[in-house]
Design a protein around this ligand. Structure first.
Ligand SMILES: *[C@@H]1O[C@H](CO)[C@@H](O)[C@H](O)[C@H]1NC(C)=O
Ligand SMILES: *[C@@H]1O[C@H](CO)[C@@H](O)[C@H](O)[C@H]1NC(C)=O
Ligand SMILES: *[C@@H]1O[C@H](CO)[C@@H](O)[C@H](O)[C@H]1NC(C)=O
Ligand SMILES: *[C@@H]1O[C@H](CO)[C@@H](O)[C@H](O)[C@H]1NC(C)=O
Length: 235
């Protein structure tokens, strides 16, 4: 008698847990992979070297690491792809809303995503904690909407504003956060190359460092191509 009551209680507790878990995570896994693809819009994972960058739009170190990475991407062209993930850090004020703006704009016009990221990078201080301390959340969002229209065009004003009222963009930004957490990313910038973390680099990774990392991989990739002779790679 006693045992079955315990079992019933346990079963009820389990059901409550299942309900709580399914309410808390109904958008995991997401319907599409997290991240913004740089320039070319789609990824051919097996044919390019994949760099994944985890950035926070209001993080100075992310900002500083972007020009050398961009230069490296330009150098390698179609041989290297970039998938950018956002990690809005809790200790950076306005990281979540600026990240959300990037998701909203990406949905409206994917080509404007990186230009908006660059806009945030060059006007970051506008959204730092000290500068926005006395401003309401609504005011800051309005500023972000106006900023985004500078990049995508005035005609998008209502669409971007509505985007902040749409739970979809909230979910997308949460998924970015959760994805970064699930990969063990705890700061920005973090870089992965072909799925592996670049250690000891962080913000200090400059163009020369990128060349040092990617050059050998590009060479190795060539060697795998059966049309090219590089027998030493098979030793
Ligand atoms: C984009 O794709 C085109 C065609 O595949 C390629 O020529 C070009 O180099 C790519 N650009 C970048 C930045 O990867
Ligand atoms: C999308 O954004 C790009 C980059 O800002 C811009 O050149 C293009 O005109 C935009 N397309 C539309 C349909 O607004
Ligand atoms: C915020 O308000 C306080 C009190 O009025 C003022 O001393 C401070 O300078 C303000 N800060 C900014 C960044 O406007
Ligand atoms: C956003 O939602 C709030 C509350 O539902 C509403 O008062 C406001 O007018 C909405 N704003 C826009 C731009 O749709």
């Amino acid at each position: 008698m006693k045992m079955s009551r315990v079992a019933t209680l346990q079963f009820a507790a389990f059901q409550v847990l299942v309900v709580l878990l399914s309410v808390g995570s109904d958008y995991i896994p997401p319907s599409r992979f997290d991240g913004f693809v740089y320039e070319n819009g789609s990824l051919n994972l097996l044919d390019t070297i994949l760099i994944e960058a985890f950035y926070d739009p209001v993080c100075p170190d992310s900002r500083d690491s972007w020009p050398p990475l961009k230069q490296a991407l330009r150098h390698y062209g179609s041989r290297v792809s970039l998938l950018l993930h956002l990690l809005p850090l809790p200790y950076h004020d306005n990281a979540f809303v600026t990240s959300r703006a990037l998701h909203i704009v990406n949905t409206l016009n994917a080509s404007a995503t990186f230009p908006l990221l660059e806009w945030f990078f060059s006007h970051q201080e506008k959204f730092y904690g000290a500068q926005t301390r006395n401003l309401s959340r609504a005011f800051v969002i309005e500023e972000i909407v106006k900023s985004a229209t500078k990049v995508v065009g005035r005609s998008y004003y209502n669409a971007i504003k509505n985007g902040f009222n749409d739970t979809k963009s909230d979910y997308q930004t949460r998924i970015s956060f959760k994805y970064a957490a699930s990969r063990g990313v705890y700061g920005t910038p973090f870089f992965y190359v072909n799925g592996f973390l670049l250690s000891d680099t962080g913000a200090s990774i400059d163009y020369k460092a990128w060349r040092k990392i990617i050059d050998p991989l590009v060479g190795a990739k060539k060697g795998v191509n059966r049309n090219e002779e590089s027998p030493h790679l098979y030793l």
